[in-house]
Design a protein around this ligand. Sequence first.
Ligand code: NDP
Length: 317
Amino acid sequence: MNNGIKMPAVAFGTYLGFDQNGVVTPKNHELRDVVSKAIDIGWRHFDTAAIYGTEQELGEGVRMKIDDGNVKREDIFITTKLWNTKHKRDQVAQALRESLKNLGLNYVDLYLIHWPIGLNEDNSHSAVDYMETWRGMEDVQKLGLAKSIGVSNFNKGQLERVLKEGSVKPAALQIEVHPQITQSELVDFAQSNDIVVMGYSPFGSLVNRYDMPLPPPRIDDPVLVEIAEKYGKTTPQVVLRWAVDRNIVPIPKTMKVHRLEENINIFDFKLQKDEIDKINAFDKGLRYTLPSFWQSHPFYPFEKIDKPIDDPFLKKE
Ligand code: NDP
């Protein structure tokens, strides 16, 4: 990264999704055990967020391996994120201390502003400027609570503003990247400013996403199958490698041990330029994370749509 610290090239995602009861939280130490298994397999980078409800089990899994003497804290890279209701400058250190308490650790490797959007405790829109939040991020880095700081879901104009007005350059930008949304302009902009891009939801429509109609490429797409057969890999591995070959850190999530092996076994081959171009050609600018319920917020980062969905965070009577 631009501060000289190294980030492992692939990250394990710990967001367990959303159902009718809200964010799905881990049960019966399942995530703790998957994390500890992931460390055995070779995973070193873990992505979480205050809102995911997974910091605690992630921390347990990591600490179990540290206590066993299998790894040292400095071998592991933990990314977590500040939630939207904690955007005031003096709330940032408090929020990160809470995350560290959940994780059972005394620092994180990377702390990200999850969204440029500030909210009040009741989830109504707050006018707090993300540049105020960024000052709070600079504070937590100075305090040693986060080794590096960055942003997530910021658009180009918002990232430009942080670069211009901030005292510390963001080390990383985390955005949605998969074959249906290659984000080439934003990726080029970030990378030309020495900002590492992390790509979330890296499988796009290869995997099922709720009950949404899914455009190509699916997991058996002929273009991907042809590339996969050439290298003796699976199509999910090809898509992860496509991210790595674009210098993007993909963040695949799985709770299945055989897939933990599969998703990290991508470092013994490399795609050729024409293969990368073939996968880029699926780009439709299609987002699976589109919180249109925030689109009247002054700092909403994405293109607006005609019929925004209801806010699942707003409590209904
Ligand atoms: P992914 O693209 O990682 O898809 C996850 C799905 O893929 C799961 O259903 C998983 O099923 C399945 N899967 C995993 N590996 C394979 C494989 N090899 N073959 C077939 N299916 C597979 O998307 P997510 O949306 O879950 O995002 C990943 C991570 O990105 C999150 O966990 C989070 O850390 C981060 N993220 C960040 C956001 C942000 O706002 N900054 C927003 C969204 C995500 P199973 O578990 O059954 O294996």
